[in-house]
Design a protein around this ligand. Structure first.
Ligand SMILES: *Cc1c(COP(=O)(O)O)cnc(C)c1O
Ligand SMILES: [Zn+2]
Length: 394
């Protein structure tokens, strides 16, 4: 399969794969030449995993893999009924090896790092990128460096990054500042940068689209939380490619959900703009989408416009309610950012057709953020160690 990295703004093409951005400042995209693709998989719902779709993934060597992908797709009839909808599904990306969809991107990104002869990888992270990168870095024998906004990362995610052997640095600033620092440091130190500005990471994440089609065909609408906006761009690219290759005949309405305290893409879409105005001090309980200046904004906004989708904003209270609904009514445990997709669906339910086939992506696992859970559910009840005391509190 032949492909080139191409700038989405000026169209310039690059032979060199060891770059993240065009000279004009535009984002890059791996553009696959359809005439050179030989599709060797079937959409039969079997054997789901990222590397089932290897013939559409731009790497040449044996992948660094932890059996990512193949996540569960649940029909959520109780939530759907409340909203007077008939076909709502949740694809639970929290069931990936490190507990978030980032693993789909990392298996491809870390493989590319090795292909390019890199010895070290780096990222800025709200947590899950760090956890995933540390895991795949360990698997691939690479040094891993992580910059986090100190005090603003969920405990489970920091624990993962540390245990898998990353060098973890908490900076006294927010995610956007961490990203701008790590971009420069990576340039100076020849680290391979694995934030979602890296086009190869998004290639792995596009397999969410492939898996959904593999399981239930093309949905009418796909809903997901949007932070740095890589995932919505990646999933849209996945659908767009399938259409270009003649494997599907429509693309779902890409529906991006942001938190009210970190909503630059929502604001741009509402005003019909192509560019965002960054939010200087982003704030939300959903730390994974606590991002004010999303790097992939222009890709994401195009994905929304081109697919006939929309952007929605939700409050922290709406996010918490959705998180509780998913956990207590459907048995699906997700972290706050992930619940934004259900909170967003609730907000637009009146405006969508009741038979629309809707897939909500829940991006990360409940266990990632135990502190947020305790803060909304409270501590367990305590009792003396005898039957009477236990019966009393029951
Ligand atoms: C990374 C992440 C997001 C945001 O994804 P983007 O690609 O940055 O938009 C949302 N939820 C969770 C749990 C994440 O880890
Ligand atoms: Zn360019």
């Amino acid at each position: 399969m032949d492909y080139v990295l191409k700038c989405i703004e000026c169209g310039r093409e690059f032979e060199n794969e060891d770059i993240y951005i065009c000279d004009c400042g535009g984002l890059l995209e791996a553009v696959i030449n359809p005439d050179t693709v030989e599709i060797d998989f079937k959409f039969d719902g079997n054997n789901l995993k990222v590397w089932k779709y290897r013939c559409l993934l731009p790497v040449k060597i044996k992948p660094v893999s932890l059996q990512e992908g193949g996540t569960a797709l649940y029909k959520v009839d109780k939530i759907a009924k409340e909203l007077e909808l008939n076909n709502v599904y949740v694809k639970h990306e929290g069931l990936n090896p490190s507990g978030s969809f980032k693993d789909r991107g990392m298996t491809v990104g870390v493989t590319k790092a090795i292909e390019l002869g890199k010895k070290a990888i780096a990222c800025a992270s709200t947590g899950n990128t760090a956890a995933s990168m540390a895991m795949y870095g360990a698997r691939g024998n690479l040094k891993t460096y992580v910059l986090l906004p100190a005090g603003k990362v969920a405990l489970g995610k920091v624990a993962q990054a540390l245990m898998h052997g990353a060098k973890v640095i908490g900076i006294k600033g927010n995610f956007d500042e961490a990203l701008s620092i790590v971009r420069e440091v990576s340039q100076k130190e020849n680290f391979y940068l694995l934030n979602s500005v890296n086009p190869f990471r998004l290639e792995g994440q596009k397999t969410i689209a492939y898996e959904v089609v593999d399981e239930i065909g093309v949905p009418d609408r796909l809903i997901l939380p949007v932070g740095n906006a890589g995932n919505i761009s990646a999933i849209y690219k996945g659908f767009r490619e399938l259409k270009e290759f003649g494997l599907i005949d429509k693309i779902p309405k890409m529906t991006g959900i942001q938190a009210t305290g970190a909503n630059p893409i929502y604001k741009a879409v509402i005003d019909n703009r192509e560019d965002i105005e960054p939010v200087v001090k982003p704030e939300t309980i959903a730390t994974a989408i606590r991002i004010g200046n999303p790097v992939n904004a222009r890709k994401a906004i195009r994905a929304i416009y081109e697919s006939g989708g929309i952007a929605v904003e939700v409050t922290d209270d709406e996010i918490i309610k959705a998180q509780k609904d998913l956990a207590a009514k459907e048995g699906i445990g997700v972290e706050p950012a992930s619940a934004a997709s259900i909170a967003g669906l609730r907000k637009i339910a009146d405006e969508i057709d009741k038979d629309e086939k809707v897939v909500c992506i829940t991006t990360g696992n409940l266990l990632k953020d135990p502190e947020a859970v305790i803060s909304v559910c409270g501590e367990p009840i305590e009792a003396e160690a005898d039957i009477v005391s236990v019966l009393e509190v029951l």
